[in-house]
Design a protein around this ligand. Structure first.
Ligand code: GLC
Ligand code: MG
Length: 721
């Protein structure tokens, strides 16, 4: 199996993950890296690639700009260009993803073999993975990690408007993409039952959609039991020992009586983590204060002033509460800790002193910190909403409760800290049962089992089929591609058309087939319907401003995203509004997102007015291309669009040499598919706009026969048939 994992946002590297540095670099980042490493060690897995953005940004270290980072044998991070390399938060990534898709497709095509499966993590990577899987016609696996709908519900409950949520977080875009992922996924993986039954509740999904609950594994080598220090200290890596000393020293700075048991809390400074509730509970219980110290590790900070508003507010609140309840000498709020060594040591340190781990977040989708703490032998207290239910069921290593119930919180903390039998049982349960239920080995075995079943039952589109899903594999095997104009080239002679279609059918294994037309997609589909043309791989419509694959017309999103650059259609319409010889075309589909089209007055000579049109267009400061055909149509497109450019893009994207692509046409808007390296075919009935192609040196064949017969003549000329 060659497994492709995709995870787009945050800072992803194999060593010293910058956990908690920002909202995008958290549990998911660690999860995908561990997943990649552990999967690569399983029998039957030949290669695991974890794809993410390549960053070129002075604000982050140079590690993130390396294309490849080895994570182990047969396992690497692959970083591909996406949106210029500036490190932006995940909500701002959407418009760059199409570029990433193209990069990933090209990269994948250069690998020895296609992926067995493409697995996207979170909506952004789901969007990418779904597209890549579809191109190579392999199963698409989706893990949401967290979902937009419940998030929006929560935001609205705390007073956000939908507009704000869109403005700040692009939330509807995210929800839409999640919905799309669910409609195409072959397998959805969740960590908990709660996630499957609750989080996904309000999404539309097919009865047959397969969900697998596979809790993530834990790096057990890091979360070894706390008693190793007493029973086998020589086995402990020096780096952990050093981390422990660092943490002991750090905490000492805060406490009058450092030998008391610790109530440990560890999370990002985020409102939803509800840290305030813990401080309030502690602050209002003299009993708790007398038996234990409180340590709140709320992310990493150097300067609160420079943090985001949400984080700043939470941290300021924490400081004010410390003051209000006068917790000086009893409460620590350390500034720094790393996730690699310090965090496991904090759990162990707390466990050695018979303390407790408390996380008062309202909801934990999974509860990774609970599992980490439990693995070291530290009992926990946390919410009964979400994933922790599964943890308690599996391991019985803590107490879950309603975190808004302050009395219950106080009681749970007191009993854990004072009832030693209870503490001992929970501690031992955590150490033993986490190893049973939450090891990476268990995770990978279940993951691969589900995957093999999905791969086995997966039905690729038939190789002669027309679905876009098969395109990736199809284009790998064909030798040539024919792209033809429709009006007056493909159409015009019905008998010749029948001959051509027969040929296309017979040669399907060798020659891919597509059309390129000034018509809009709908008008092209009408023609295809009318002439019974079903075997089609590529549709280039609206004079090359849109590209679709297969008879089910999957749009090439990468193409659209390229065209947006400096395209201002309103300015263009304004600029040309007063030219008396131009009238906007009004037919169905004549105006498109990337196409502004006019009819030219019969009485003017195109060559005489073109320069005036250019002059007006240049004032718009947009990058456009101006194309005229049949002496009577004027199309204005983004500068990166035209039939010819679309063909070059396809050639690049699908690694098909331009000379192996035959392009046939009859008029002006076909011009640039016929020049350059393509195997151009001008049909006998051509328009004089193409006359200049006869000039020396052009690789362009002028057929004697008209229409489709001319195309056949050209294909023979180039030796393609
Ligand atoms: C087709 C389109 C029209 C365009 C013309 C030339 O007729 O419908 O909008 O102007 O081709 O490209
Ligand atoms: Mg034509």
């Amino acid at each position: 199996m060659y497994i492709q994992l995709v995870s787009m946002h945050g800072l992803i590297r194999g060593q010293n993950i910058e956990m908690g540095r920002d909202a995008d670099t958290g549990g998911q980042v660690r999860y995908v890296i561990e997943l990649a490493k552990n999967l690569a060690e399983q029998p039957g897995v030949t290669q695991v690639d974890l794809f993410t953005r390549r960053l070129k940004d002075k604000r982050v270290t140079a590690d993130y700009s390396q294309t490849f980072e080895e994570l182990g044998p047969n396992c690497r991070i692959v970083r591909l260009p996406c949106g210029g390399g500036r490190y932006v938060r995940k909500e701002k990534l959407w418009s760059f993803l199409d570029e990433f898709i193209d990069q990933m497709i090209s990269f994948t095509r250069r690998q020895e073999k296609p992926p067995t499966v493409v697995h996207g993590h979170y909506a952004d990577a789901g969007y990418v993975a779904a597209e890549v899987a579809s191109v190579f016609d392999v199963p698409f696996v989706f893990t949401g990690h967290s979902l937009g709908k419940p998030k929006l519900e929560y935001l609205e409950s705390v007073g956000w408007t939908l507009e704000e949520a869109n403005q700040e977080l692009n939330i509807e875009k995210r929800i839409q993409v999640e919905q799309d992922c669910l409609s195409v996924a072959d397998l959805v993986i969740t960590s908990t039952r709660h996630e499957r039954d609750d989080q996904y509740k309000n999404y539309h999904k097919d009865e047959s959609l397969r969900f697998e609950i596979i809790p993530p594994g834990l790096d057990l080598a890091r979360f070894f039991p706390y008693y190793e220090y007493e029973l086998a200290p020589h086995t402990v890596d020096e780096r952990f020992k050093q981390a422990r000393m660092r943490m002991v020293h750090e905490l000492r700075r805060f406490f009058f009586n450092p030998d008391k048991p610790l109530i440990l809390s560890l999370c990002r400074p985020d409102r939803r983590k509800n840290i305030q509730a813990l401080i309030k509970t502690y602050g209002e219980s003299k009993e708790l204060q007398s038996i234990a110290n409180l340590a709140v590790f709320a992310g990493i900070r150097s300067n609160i002033e420079e943090m985001s508003d949400n984080e700043k507010e939470v941290l300021t609140d924490i400081l004010m509460m410390l003051d209000r309840y006068d917790l000086y000498g009893k409460m620590a709020i350390p500034k720094q800790h790393d996730s690699e060594f310090d965090v496991p040591e904090l759990y162990r340190l707390t466990a050695s002193g018979r303390g407790v781990f408390v996380n008062s977040a309202f909801i934990e989708l999974f509860g990774l910190t609970f599992i980490e703490a439990s693995a070291t032998g530290l009992p926990f207290i946390g919410t009964n909403d979400g994933g922790p239910k599964d943890i308690i069921e599996n391991c019985e290593c803590g107490i879950i409760l309603d975190v808004t119930d302050q009395e219950a919180m106080t009681k749970a903390m007191l009993s854990t800290l004072t009832n030693h039998d209870q503490w001992n049982t929970m501690s031992a349960n955590g150490i033993n049962r986490v190893r049973e239920h939450y090891s990476w080995d268990t995770h990978c075995k279940e993951y691969l089992k589900a995957l093999s079943e999905v791969v086995e039952t997966y039905e690729p589109a038939p190789s002669t089929g027309v679905s876009a899903r098969s395109l990736g594999n199809r284009l790998e095997n064909v030798k040539y591609m024919l792209i033809t104009d429709i009006d007056n080239t493909l159409l015009g002679d019905d008998d010749a058309l029948t001959n051509l279609l027969d040929l296309i059918h017979r040669e399907r294994g060798r020659i891919a087939f597509g059309v390129a037309s000034g018509r809009s997609l709908n008008l092209i589909l009408e023609v295809l319907e009318k002439y019974n043309i079903h075997e089609i791989d590529v549709i280039i419509s609206s004079v090359g401003s849109e590209i679709y694959y297969g008879r089910d017309c999957q749009p090439d999103k990468g193409w659209g995203s390229r065209l947006r650059h400096k395209w201002y259609p309103n300015r263009i319409r304004d600029a040309l509004a007063n030219l008396p010889y131009l009238s906007l075309q009004t037919g169905p589909g004549s105006q498109r997102e990337f196409k502004v089209s006019y009819n030219l007055d019969d009485h003017v000579t195109p060559s005489e007015v073109m320069s005036e049109i250019h002059t007006h267009l240049d004032k718009t400061r947009s990058a456009y291309s101006l194309i005229h055909s049949h002496g009577s149509f004027v199309d204005i497109l983004p500068h990166r669009a035209s039939k010819g450019k679309a063909i070059r893009y396809l050639s690049q994207k699908w690694h098909l040499p331009l000379s192996n692509i035959a392009a046939s046409g009859d008029s002006g808007n076909d011009y640039d598919m016929l020049t350059g390296q393509t195997s151009g075919i001008v049909v006998g009935n051509y328009d004089k706009e193409l006359e200049s192609l006869r000039e020396n040196g052009q690789r362009c064949y002028f057929a004697k026969a008209n229409y489709a017969a001319g195309i056949l003549e050209g294909l023979k000329y180039y030796g393609m048939i």
